[in-house]
Design a protein around this ligand. Structure first.
Ligand SMILES: [Cu+2]
Length: 127
């Protein structure tokens, strides 16, 4: 019986650890390193994200960054979308997203560099 309890606790702990950590997604596009990090573990409602942009190890602070979070139409649920313009605060761009239900959200982060080039990365996250 003891081992059963131990494994239940282990599973609960693993589940908790998996779902209580902020998300950290690292991507590369057009020679830029992009990092999308949530302020906290994701929750239904408003979530804050930090986006770091760098090129060849140098922080890029003069880009225009936009985020979009969306969920495709599901049975009984219309397509949902939430977009925000990120704001530079210190070395990072900050944006928030109202994620109104749990499930898998798709996202895109678009950034326009000062040369006028637009790059976008895509990914998904589970809430
Ligand atoms: Cu949905």
């Amino acid at each position: 019986m003891k081992t059963v309890f131990k494994s239940i606790i282990a599973v609960l702990f693993a589940f908790y650890a998996l779902h209580s950590a902020p998300i950290v997604h690292k991507k590369n596009k057009g020679g830029y390193d992009i990092e999308l990090v949530s302020e906290k573990s994701l929750s239904v409602g408003s979530n804050k994200f930090f986006i770091s942009l760098s090129k060849d190890g140098e922080v890029v602070k003069d880009a225009k960054v936009k985020v979009k979070f969306f969920m495709p139409e599901m049975p009984g649920m219309p397509y949902m979308e939430y977009g925000d313009k990120a704001k530079l605060v210190g070395d990072k761009y900050e944006a928030s997203a109202s994620l109104s239900m749990s499930g898998t959200w798709q996202y895109s982060v678009k950034f326009k560099t000062k040369e006028g080039k637009v790059h976008a990365i895509r990914g998904s996250l589970n809430l």
